[in-house]
Design a binder for this molecule. Structure first.
Ligand code: TNX
Length: 547
């Protein structure tokens, strides 16, 4: 593929060596100490043992064994109960009290030495995150799908770890250019290794509608919901605006059946990630207007062409040209159907209603549709999420504002008066489709007034980004991958890696545990082999001493 070349083929990497100064872990744990003990060594007789709540520990142990078996060639059985001599084993213990109460949800402790590896957590999620750390303590070759003959040792360490923020996300945008289910799963696997726990799916936009909606029982306007995917599953962005060398290639089309969506949700859940679905409204909605005649009424935009019943297709990279009609009863009927089904398909607590860049909607109409939608979603039992433009609407208490651009005032006000929390996605510090440097052929440059380098993504503190939004108000951090310029998963990952490592460390590690940028680039360099071995494409960032 165009960007998924092997780094070894390029000859810019040496095979991974032993880590130079202690383990290269991303994100950096809250507390880590190396000890004088001999290293841990995995061998042909090693087992992964589960103790405590074995029902919770078993699937986590099985996932670890699935990583270890192909690369080591060892059998690595998963067993129940403490082994008689655990010196070469990994013991996973899920029991209350392993972790301080305030970190019980995702915290873990890990010790490694010649006496064995022990991962202790209060929850399966904590154990899973501890396993991700263990993967990084072992040689990079552990990610190989084929057997490699190296010493399977891990340095002697004591780790006590938990996340700084509870929401650590990446967003994919299949609406502009579709990503097949398998492609989404590949991104999940990469993101989960970095302890991200949210996959935000931008399922709808002007250029395409990517989630199947079934006919509801109540359908007063006689809407044919199948048209959403039949018509707008077969459209995508076609960027020919001169900003990209790939501009001649149309975006990819397609949509997720409800079963596809569930498969994504389940794969994510098994890797500790919650899916946050987004239905963008009242703007970014042309794919619905293009498919459903009943939504095209006096107050909608753009208008159908003469002789047409639906708005024209929009395959450009433009934003802000479409809007739902706040005066049309079919608007609310439609949104109720869509939001209900998406909520029912989604086990996670969040539902994102977009709300960004509604430049064709009057402020009054914006508030009518958004207030209706946020009320409706909260009535469905979900926590509402929206882009920061919606911060000044009448939000249900406890909603989430996703900040991307603009002033802090309305966001701080929503925090102060509506109990909102904030997910930080500042464009100049987290937007993955921004070019990293001038060598990068795909991507945009508007957020940083030039390239957005790795350092830009690393050197910032979520607690001080926005006036009036403090540490306690920040739910977390998310890196969005808008896909006007992205085709297929290799290009996606070329933009995602290695900058997602920076986002992961910003979201997970206490500010005090974060290293200086130069040390961070060393750790990123050590991660390169892991990405390559698992076939995750990445940009060879110039600052990074890849090895
Ligand atoms: C703005 S960021 C958008 C997206 C675009 C992105 C990049 C945000 C909330 N809205 O619709 O994809 O810029 O062009």
């Amino acid at each position: 593929s165009q960007w998924g070349y092997s780094i070894y083929e390029l000859g810019i990497y040496a095979a991974p060596q032993a880590e130079p100064d202690g383990p290269a872990l991303v994100p950096q744990p809250a507390a880590l100490s190396t000890t004088d003990d001999e290293p841990f060594a995995l061998d042909a007789a090693s087992v992964v043992a589960v103790t405590g709540d074995t029902a919770s520990g078993q699937p986590v142990a099985e996932q670890l064994a699935e990583v270890l078996r192909p690369s080591t060639g060892y059998a690595v059985p998963v067993v129940e109960g403490e082994p008689a001599d655990a010196a070469n084993d990994v013991v996973i213990d899920v029991s209350p009290g392993n972790v301080a109460a305030e970190h019980a949800a995702e915290g873990y402790v890990l010790s490694a030495s010649a006496d064995g590896v022990r991962i202790g957590a209060d929850t399966a999620q904590g154990a899973r995150l501890g396993v991700q750390t263990l993967r990084q303590l072992l040689p990079s070759w552990v990610e190989s799908p084929e057997r490699v003959d190296v010493a399977w040792t891990a340095p002697a360490v004591e780790i006590t770890d938990h996340p700084r923020f509870a929401y650590r996300g990446i967003m994919l945008d299949p609406a502009r250019s579709f990503l097949e289910v398998e492609e989404v799963l590949q991104v999940i696997d990469g993101a989960a290794q970095l302890k991200l726990n949210v996959l935000h799916l931008h399922l709808t936009d002007d250029q395409g509608w990517r989630i199947a909606i079934e006919q509801p029982e109540e359908n007063p306007s006689g809407i044919d919901y199948g048209l959403l995917t039949e018509v707008s599953g077969a459209t995508a962005v076609y960027s020919n605006d001169g900003t990209t060398v790939l501009g001649s290639e149309p975006g990819l089309m397609g949509y997720y059946t409800q079963d596809d969506y569930t498969a994504i949700v389940e794969h994510a859940a098994a890797r500790g990630m919650t899916v946050v679905p987004e239905i963008d409204l009242p703007g970014h909605i042309n794919s619905a207007l293009h498919a459903i005649p009943q939504l095209n009424s006096a107050g909608s935009a753009p208008k159908p062409l003469p002789g047409q019943t639906t708005s024209p297709v929009n395959r450009t990279t433009s934003v802000g040209e479409s809007t739902l009609d706040a005066d049309n009863p079919a608007t609310y009927e439609f949104l109720a159907t869509v939001l209900t089904q998406v909520a029912e398909l989604t086990p996670g607590p969040y539902l994102h209603v977009g709300g960004d860049e509604a430049f064709s909607t009057s402020h009054a109409d914006y508030l009518r549709v958004v207030d209706w939608a946020t009320d409706y979603v909260s009535g469905l039992g979900k926590t509402v999420v929206g882009w920061n433009e919606y911060a000044s609407s009448d939000l249900p208490r406890g909603s989430v504002v996703q900040y991307w651009n603009g002033g802090a005032g309305a966001v701080a006000d929503a925090v102060a008066t509506k109990d909102a929390t904030v997910v930080l996605s500042p464009a100049n510090k987290t937007y993955l489709p921004q070019k990293q440097d001038s060598r990068m052929p795909i991507g945009a440059t508007w957020a940083c007034g030039g390239p957005c380098g790795l350092q830009q993504f690393y050197d910032w503190d979520p607690a001080t980004l926005l006036a009036g939004v403090t540490e306690a108000d920040v739910a977390g951090v998310e890196a969005p991958l808008w896909s006007e310029w992205v085709r297929r998963v290799d290009e996606a990952e070329y933009l995602v890696f290695p900058r997602l490592l920076a986002t992961a460390e910003v979201a997970w590690s206490p500010q005090s545990a974060k290293t200086d940028y130069a040390t961070f680039t060393e750790k990123v360099g050590a991660f390169g082999g892991r990405l390559a071995l698992a076939d995750h494409a990445h940009f060879p960032t110039a600052d990074v001493p890849w090895r």
